[in-house]
Design a protein around this ligand. Structure first.
Ligand code: BES
Ligand code: MN
Ligand code: ZN
Length: 495
């Protein structure tokens, strides 16, 4: 999609759809800036407009430069935040699609946010809502808009900075969505690795892929055990973004759960509402890949490593079984009591391997537990931190509020770890029914010795019913969160 910023008078914009996001009592100000046919038609349409969030009025001014005009409600001015703006421009994108508009313009509304954030939110909302996954459609009806003009009355440069960044971030989010939405049999660990190599070449980050024999040499006992039931070998993907400008010598390491399909293994899942969307069990990996793409394209001056352990989890003849005791990469032993608690096993090996980098901070993202969905639903991920990362956790929550990828902090009191005591090994891989996402995090904590954040995004990674600017399927959750957080980490001033 082409995105530009203009200061031309509103009435001169030659587009299929002019979108006017307006706060309650915001009509007056815009009426003054419009003249001629649009102003005339607006007078007649205004009576139908409530400005409630999500409400719209569409009208067709006679003899104007623009073909259609949409009034889009933002609600009370003091309530307007980034997400309200993303939702409003997302609504505009839906209208554009419904009416077959291929070019659209959007007005920068008046609110308390800075111009750069407004530009970013408007473009993100529009592009994210226009996303379509068409790889398996043999027939495509209709078209999506391909050009967006952002109309800024003042502060054009700041609006453009936000809009340019939004385009990169929305495309990187699209990359993550594409990876999640890809059919399981097109998404073996090796083909996922190939896709990441392609993205690295295209966007300028380095990628190296370990095959099974290297994984065996590294003694990644968790990844190898989960892979045992699969006809496809595992891979371990390493991504590197190390610009000369990097302010710190030590990296931030991002780790993404790359279970390309989770059947549960021998502890088999039911199909409906459980196994049926487990192609999304690599959404953590997808978020890391999308974030690497965005970091490279935005030239963020930070040394960043991305790690993705990838395999599927299947009940093959050689599959690992409940009762198996594994020796992990770190040397710790784990008693497996449920083969469906596989994510923590592959993550543990990657987290343990990450120590080699002597990282400043490690952040893992994973569709780890059904308990996360029960606790927080499908719009908010769970955030856990060890003591050394307490400040980073606060910054991550703030990044969530700004970016719209919301995270909520969960407690990590030491007694939660008691649930993992094993009779035969150092720990077992399942806690119990209580506090399932916290005990999963407690499991991972055994494998870290650095400041560490854990994002359990089982709910928000994949939607069965659409939400504002997020169609059904993979959401790309985590990309916007990581980009916002890591930019703040690189430039503390920006926070
Ligand atoms: N991939 C699942 C978690 C999941 C559930 C992701 C729902 C997305 C939506 C994970 O591997 C899993 O199966 N977790 C088990 C752990 C349990 C056996 C301790 C779960 O949450 O049921
Ligand atoms: Mn599982
Ligand atoms: Zn899983």
């Amino acid at each position: 999609m082409k995105v530009s910023v203009t200061t031309l008078p509103l009435a001169e914009l030659d587009v299929d759809l002019l979108m006017l996001p307006l706060a309650e009592s915001g009509l007056g100000a815009v009426q003054g800036r419009l003249a001629g046919p649009v102003a005339e038609a607006l007078k007649r349409a205004a009576g139908d407009f409530t400005a409630k969030p999500g409400s719209t009025v569409l009208f067709y001014p006679d003899g104007a430069r623009c073909r259609r005009v949409a009034l889009i409600g933002l609600g009370p001015k003091k309530e307007i935040d980034g997400d309200r703006l993303r939702a409003a421009s997302g609504t505009g994108a839906e209208l554009a699609e419904k009416t077959g508009a291929s070019t659209a313009a959007i007005l920068v509304p008046q609110c308390s946010l800075d111009s750069e954030s407004i530009g970013q939110a408007l473009v993100e909302g529009f592009m994210l809502a226009s996303y379509k996954f068409l790889r398996y459609k043999t027939q495509v009806n209709g078209r999506v808009p391909d050009r967006l003009v952002v109309h800024a009355k003042t502060d054009e440069k700041a609006v453009r900075r936000g809009a340019d960044r939004a385009r990169v971030v929305a495309e990187a989010t699209g990359t993550a969505r594409d990876l999640v939405n890809t059919s399981p049999h097109h998404k073996t660990p090796r083909s996922l690795a190939k896709a990441v190599e392609r993205l690295g070449r295209k966007h300028g980050f380095d990628v190296s892929v370990w095959d099974k024999s290297l994984i065996e040499d590294e003694k990644m006992g968790g990844l190898l055990a989960v892979n045992r039931g699969s006809p496809e070998p595992p891979v371990f993907i390493e991504m590197i973004w190390q610009p000369d400008s990097a302010a710190r010598a030590r990296p931030v390491v991002l780790v993404g759960k790359g279970i390309v399909f989770d059947t549960g293994g021998l502890s088999l899942k039911g199909t409906k509402d459980s196994m049926d969307h487990m192609k999304a069990d690599m959404a953590g990996a997808a978020a890391v890949v999308g974030a690497m793409e965005a970091m490279a394209r935005l030239s963020v001056p930070l040394y960043i490593i991305g790690l993705v352990p990838a395999t599927d989890n299947r009940p093959g003849g050689n599959a690992y079984v409940p009762g198996d005791v594994l020796t992990m990469h770190s040397g710790k032993t784990v008693e497996v009591l449920n083969t469906d608690a596989e994510g923590r096993l592959i993550l543990a090996d990657a987290l343990s391997y990450a120590k080699l980098y002597r990282p400043d901070l490690v952040i893992d993202l994973a569709t780890l537990t059904g308990a996360q969905v029960v606790a927080l639903g499908s719009e908010v991920a769970a955030l856990m931190a060890n003591d050394r990362a307490a400040e980073h956790a606060t910054a991550m929550e703030a990044a969530g509020r700004r970016s719209g990828d919301l995270v909520h902090r969960m407690p990590m009191y030491s007694h939660y770890g008691d649930a993992l005591k094993s009779d035969v090994a150092d720990i077992k891989n399942v806690g119990g029914r209580e506090a399932g996402s916290i005990t999963a995090a407690k499991f991972l904590e055994h494998f870290v010795d650095y400041p560490w954040l854990h994002v359990d995004m089982a709910g928000p990674a994949f939607l069965k019913t659409e939400k504002p600017y997020r169609p059904k399927g993979g959401t790309g959750f985590g990309v916007r969160l990581l980009v916002d957080f890591l930019r703040g980490y690189a430039w503390p001033k920006y926070r």
